[in-house]
Design a protein around this ligand. Structure first.
Ligand SMILES: C[S@@+](CC[C@H](N)C(=O)[O-])C[C@H]1O[C@@H](n2cnc3c(N)ncnc32)[C@H](O)[C@@H]1O
Length: 226
């Protein structure tokens, strides 16, 4: 799925400020809930849980490179799917597009697995890209480079999917360049999908403006107890 290539080029994408701002929104919101232990799903390099040091935090991510980066910071992060998590938590987070990496079939299974890993009054917080966020903000072409890497990003939104082609040229020790290319697909999910979920009840939604007005939405869920 290109997650390790994404990990390798993340620092070239110019998303540090947006990431900081988004993380602060989660940190502020978490203060409204009684949370002692937390799982960050798709935690990336662990930057958010590093800031939540007053809580017992674990992270999981499907990119081994991201997990390596997070563990090198001394964080409790493993390379696992949410389906393989057998503990339960007061809060689970999926921050910065994680839900958009799942197609609709996998999203349903993912939300069911999240509910299974929540304590009975636990909360799940996540953000999703709006249609505007995908079609008008994320779409486009950019290039970026540092001393050893040259990256091109070409993102096209069609049929409710954002296809982002990452092409990386990486300098080798003999000064030649190695080329790597991956397409990462993200999926638009309408709010209605979350409103009718059987495992999680949507209790709050907020519009977010990360790069542009209302380009994201933050969702808070409680576990449905049958
Ligand atoms: C845009 S990054 C966000 C990273 C981090 N949450 C942050 O706020 O900086 C999305 C992350 O989700 C991970 N990811 C995507 N799908 C996943 C899944 N099904 N389970 C766990 N991690 C996933 C990717 O490897 C990547 O690290």
């Amino acid at each position: 799925m290109g997650l390790n290539l994404y990990a390798k080029v993340q620092h070239l994408l110019g998303i540090e400020e947006a990431t900081e701002n988004l993380h602060q929104i989660y940190i502020d919101l978490l203060n409204n809930y009684s949370v002692t232990n937390l799982l960050d799903v798709g935690c990336g390099d662990g930057a958010l849980i590093e800031k939540l040091s007053h809580l017992t935090c674990k992270g999981i991510d499907l990119s081994s490179s991201m997990v390596q980066e997070a563990t090198s910071r001394g964080l409790d992060v493993t390379c696992r799917d949410i389906a393989d998590v057998d503990e339960s938590f007061d809060a689970i987070l999926a921050v910065f597009d994680v839900l958009n990496f799942l197609d609709s079939e996998n999203l349903d299974k993912f939300l069911s697995d999240i509910a299974s890993s929540l304590n009975s009054d636990g909360i799940f917080m996540a953000d999703i890209n709006t249609l505007h966020g995908f079609a008008d903000v994320a779409e486009g072409v950019m290039v970026a480079q540092d001393e050893n890497l040259f990256l091109s990003v070409d993102a096209l939104f069609e049929s409710s999917m954002l296809h982002t082609e990452l092409t990386l040229f990486e300098r080798e020790s003999d000064d030649t360049f190695k080329k790597e290319s991956e397409i990462i697909t993200q999926y638009f999910h309408p709010l209605s999908v979350f409103k009718k979920n059987r495992h999680l009840k949507l209790i709050e939604k907020r519009k977010l403006s990360l790069y542009d007005k209302d380009d994201k939405m933050l969702l808070i869920f409680k576990k449905v107890i049958n």
